[in-house]
Design a protein around this ligand. Structure first.
Ligand code: FES
Ligand code: FES
Length: 259
């Protein structure tokens, strides 16, 4: 039994307490609130559609034109994602990130800022790291995309995945797919002797010896922790797992991108 005063009861300390029998037993209470929720949700959905139409004054003809112009934005694209060729028809305004997450259910790549500032959406496009939130899917026509799902499997981790695991390079894990894709490309960049700003600042523009497995004749920068931080600076970790991320990338690059 509920002892709340009836709504119409006066708000006075001496006011009689009227049992609200309509809300008892609790199951009925739950059922009614659920029904109320459904009704309200349907009402809100229906009324928002109606009021949106009224607010912008869309006539059936205008709605038809809008739908025709939306159709005009649809284009077919073919790209290879995690070694699998995919052909889709998409809106030209679709970002690569939305294509992966919303159209292909590859939700490993995360949407952090959607503005190119956090790196959570990093994937490899023809082996180079890109922010997929800033890349139009149509611009990736014919490209080879690798996402975290394509780097390794639970039974066969990629070298970067193993290094992050070995060094506990994550906490909540939200930024981790982007960090690992970025580290994978970073190892490849180092393999090919690509320098960074810090390489010049520290004078470490050459590696005294080639990391294992590097192509003959290619000189490598000596990757200091400062360089690792700079090269990974496009990937933000809100948990602050940076020391372990640096340790993971250090291991990865010292092993020449191998586990
Ligand atoms: S979601 Fe792409 S950089 Fe943040
Ligand atoms: S591990 Fe949580 S955001 Fe990086």
């Amino acid at each position: 039994m509920c002892n709340r005063p009836a709504r119409s009861a006066p708000l006075h300390p001496e006011a009689p307490v009227t049992p609200c029998t309509e809300l008892d037993p609790p199951e009925q209470d739950l059922l009614q609130s659920h029904e109320l929720e459904l009704t309200r949700r349907h009402f809100l959905a229906a009324s928002s559609v109606v009021s949106a139409g009224l607010a912008v004054g869309i006539s059936p003809a205008a709605a038809q034109r809008t739908s025709a112009s939306a159709q005009a934005n649809m284009v077919p694209i073919t790209l290879t994602i995690n070694k699998q060729q995919r052909t889709l028809t998409i809106d030209t305004r679709t970002s690569l990130l939305d294509l992966l997450r919303e159209h292909l259910d590859l939700t490993g790549s995360k949407k952090g800022c959607d503005h190119g500032q956090c790196g959570a959406c990093t994937v490899l496009l023809d082996g180079r790291r890109v922010n997929s939130c800033l890349t139009l899917a149509v611009a990736a026509q014919g490209a080879e995309i690798t996402t975290i799902e394509g780097l390794g499997t639970p039974d066969n981790l990629s070298p970067a995945q193993s290094a992050f695991l070995a060094h506990d390079g994550f906490q909540c894990g939200y930024c981790t797919p982007g960090q690992i894709c970025s580290a994978t490309a970073l190892a490849d960049e180092v393999q090919h002797g690509e320098l960074s700003q810090v390489s010049f600042e520290t004078g470490h523009t050459q590696h005294p010896g080639s990391p294992a497995g590097s192509p003959a004749g290619v000189e490598h920068p000596d990757l200091t922790d400062d360089e690792i931080r700079e090269r990974m600076s496009g990937n933000i970790c809100r948990c602050g797992a940076y020391p372990n991320i640096v340790a993971a990338v250090r291991q990865l690059t010292r092993n020449g991108g191998r586990a």
